[in-house]
Design a protein around this ligand. Structure first.
Ligand SMILES: C[S@@+](CC[C@H](N)C(=O)[O-])C[C@H]1O[C@@H](n2cnc3c(N)ncnc32)[C@H](O)[C@@H]1O
Length: 339
């Protein structure tokens, strides 16, 4: 019997995706995506294997998301979801998403952007959120049940491996594509998921210097600990891997996109409810968290000094009503799948 990964490759090589679905229903699309990725949405009646947790066929990056990062992201959901929303709020009103559209949200995490998109497409449209981390999707699905929505579905899958082709009017990703180990493959899958002429929008971080909310804490931690070595466990290339406009434009062209446009969005992000929360957040997630995690016992021995230095740096930041706020900057990149 084929392994799940081999099955996915088999499907891809043999054009096994049911590409001929024209305008589809929500469940058609979910089934198609599940078929493409070798996975299925919870509660569906398909017979293919369900992957509820990391499998041996997951890439090392996907396993890392599920095993190491998921508990940390859940602990700091309040920072991540509220913090990141400033960047999507700035562009949401301008997104070319209409009632009745079929939309894919790649790397959808806890599902908040997919749920917003579902409100935009209405009952005649559909949204599928795909993420490689089952635990995040459980939160998203709980929200779907709580709101009794029937135009949005969440499916586990790896967007770098496979997505269905020519199924969607619009493909979206907020801070998900920067983690692709093979970005051109992932971006190409997203383009192929679009109908001809369809548009994709992805949001990625700009350079480190314009994102002190991620870079400042790393600089502090590096005063005490060595940088992560070549063998460091990671979730992929990292938050700044798509910060260079020239490089990303070339990636998008190689992936087959046209009409590629970059728009800069500067926005504040919440980094914690208070200084203690912000320190815990920085030592758990992002570039500072990676340095701290990789240093192991040395990090534990130096924890008090590191926390004191971080407290000093964080105390210099702005305090807003809901907590500590720092500057951040993203690219909103928009492109079309040529007709
Ligand atoms: C920084 S989070 C952003 C989540 C969400 N889009 C948001 O803005 O709140 C990145 C997400 O991408 C997902 N991810 C990373 N690589 C992926 C891949 N190859 N396929 C699908 N999801 C992926 C992770 O599991 C995670 O949920």
């Amino acid at each position: 019997m084929h392994s799940q990964r081999a099955f996915q490759h088999f499907l891809m090589k043999n054009s096994g995706f049911p590409n001929d679905l024209a305008k589809h229903t929500k469940s058609d699309a979910a089934m198609t995506l599940a078929s493409a990725t070798g996975l299925q949405p919870k509660g569906s009646k398909m017979n293919t294997a369900v992957a509820q947790s990391p499998t041996i066929d997951d890439t090392a990056f996907v396993r890392f998301w599920n095993e190491v990062l998921a508990p940390k992201f859940i602990k700091f959901k309040h920072v991540l979801v509220d913090g990141l929303s400033h960047h999507s709020e700035a562009v949401f009103p301008t997104l070319p998403v209409h009632e009745g559209d079929h939309v894919l949200d790649v790397g959808c995490g806890f599902g908040d952007t997919a749920l917003k998109l579902a409100a935009r497409v209405g009952p005649t449209g559909s949204v599928i959120g795909i993420d490689c981390c089952e635990t995040f999707l459980d939160y998203a699905r709980a929200e779907v049940r709580a709101r009794s929505l029937n135009n949005v579905t969440f499916v586990r899958g790896d967007a770098e491996i496979a997505l269905p082709t020519n199924q969607f009017d619009f493909v979206f990703a907020r801070f998900g594509t920067m983690f692709f180990a093979n970005p051109v493959a992932g971006l190409r899958n997203m383009r192929r998921a679009l109908n001809p002429g369809g548009r994709m929008v992805h949001i990625v971080w700009r350079e480190r210097a314009d994102n002190p909310w991620l870079s400042m804490a790393k600089d502090v931690v590096l005063r005490f600990l060595p940088p992560p070595g070549d063998e460091a466990q990671t979730c992929g290339p990292g938050p700044f891997s798509m910060s260079d406009e020239t490089v990303v434009r070339a990636m998008m062209k190689s992936a087959g996109y046209e009409e590629i446009e970059f728009r800069r969005v500067d926005a504040p992000v919440l980094v914690g409810r208070d200084v203690k929360d912000a320190i815990a957040f920085q030592l758990a997630i992002g570039p500072a968290g990676e340095v701290f995690r990789e240093a192991g016992a040395e990090a534990d021995r130096k924890r008090d000094d590191i926390e004191a230095a971080l407290a000093e740096a964080i105390n210099r930041q702005k305090i807003a009503a809901d907590g500590i706020v720092m500057d951040s900057s993203s690219w909103v990149i928009s492109a079309i799948n040529p007709a």
